[in-house]
Design a protein around this ligand. Structure first.
Ligand code: ZN
Length: 306
């Protein structure tokens, strides 16, 4: 069994549906048939508009066990994540962040790509996909083999000094954090988005290591809320869309401007915009094709129909 088939059969055992049906079997059947008809429409869109750039959000990684921030209406499911300015200004915020991520990070580190990531990689190999822009920091597109991915919001698997730019592998960084804080090791808590965990305790005794080169503040190499995506990276995304014939958004409500601007750019430059995600998005009025269906199932059938 190849990895794609294997991942999808795993996905099919856990269909994501939102129809509120009590019977799991009925829901599963509905989800599959719904996905097939939606897949025909998506395949038609891709045949007419390839190559496309794909923009992905948190909804594509939930099947890999990584929680997302928002519900299907685009509202926050939980307390808002750490803000950039708070992290930079407050040692207490950094203590809390790193202590919680000792628990939460291993889940993201060990997550495997699901069928959706693998099907996108297949589409990339077939020349249907020009570039993948992802709002996720989990590196699952790269783990799936996609070679043309732009990490819009950075990557969670590296840590960077905010003063001198020194970089470390996050796994090694966590080893340092754990050895400095033996009383914070092996705690249990529910996992939260972006390598965070739902852990509440007294963090004041947590020892946060500084940069070994310059004693600067170390931060995951991700764009926190309240910070800006570096301009060259934004320009690379605009360029990818300009070089494509259409934009396909998968698994994002586009509530954050940093992603929404690309839907708007596609629209104002006359490129068709397709959206595959559950629920409402900020770009619904701009979409030429809108598909509210299971992401993994729909992409599985789409690859078949192409
Ligand atoms: Zn430094």
């Amino acid at each position: 069994m190849n990895p794609v088939t294997e991942s999808v059969s795993t996905l099919n055992k856990h269909p994501q549906n939102t129809h509120g049906l009590r019977s799991t079997n009925n829901a599963a059947r509905l989800s599959v048939s719904e996905s097939e008809s939606e897949a025909e429409r998506l395949a038609q869109f891709l045949r007419a508009n390839a190559p496309v750039t794909i923009l992905t959000g948190a909804g594509i990684s939930t099947a890999s066990g990584i929680p997302d921030y928002r519900d299907e209406n685009g509202n926050w499911k939980r307390k808002q994540p750490v803000q950039h300015q708070e992290f930079m200004q407050s040692l207490d915020v950094r203590r809390r962040y790193w202590a919680r991520s000792l628990v939460g990070w291993p889940v993201m580190q060990n997550a495997a790509p699901n069928g959706a990531h693998l099907f996108i990689q297949t589409l990339e190999q077939q020349g249907v996909v020009h570039r993948v822009i992802t709002q996720n920091v989990d590196r699952l597109h790269q783990k799936a083999g996609s070679e043309r991915t732009i990490d819009l919001h950075g990557r969670a698997d590296e840590v960077i000094c905010m003063s001198c730019g020194e970089r470390h592998n996050r796994h090694d960084w966590h080893q340092v954090c754990a050895s400095l804080n033996p009383h914070f090791r092996n705690l249990q808590a529910d996992v939260a988005p972006d390598g965070d965990a739902d852990l509440e305790m007294d963090f004041s005794g947590f020892n946060v290591p500084d940069c070994q080169q310059c004693e600067g503040i170390m931060k995951p190499d991700v764009v926190f809320f309240g910070d800006n995506v570096p301009r060259p990276r934004v320009d690379e995304c605009f360029e990818a869309i300009d070089q494509s014939r259409a934009l396909l958004v998968i698994g994002s409500s586009l509530m954050v401007y940093s992603g929404f601007r690309f839907a708007r750019h596609a629209s104002v430059t006359g490129k068709p915009l397709a959206i595959l995600t559950r629920g409402r998005t900020r770009a619904d009025e701009l979409a030429t094709l809108q598909l509210s269906a299971d992401i993994g199932n729909t992409l599985q059938h789409t690859v078949k129909y192409l």
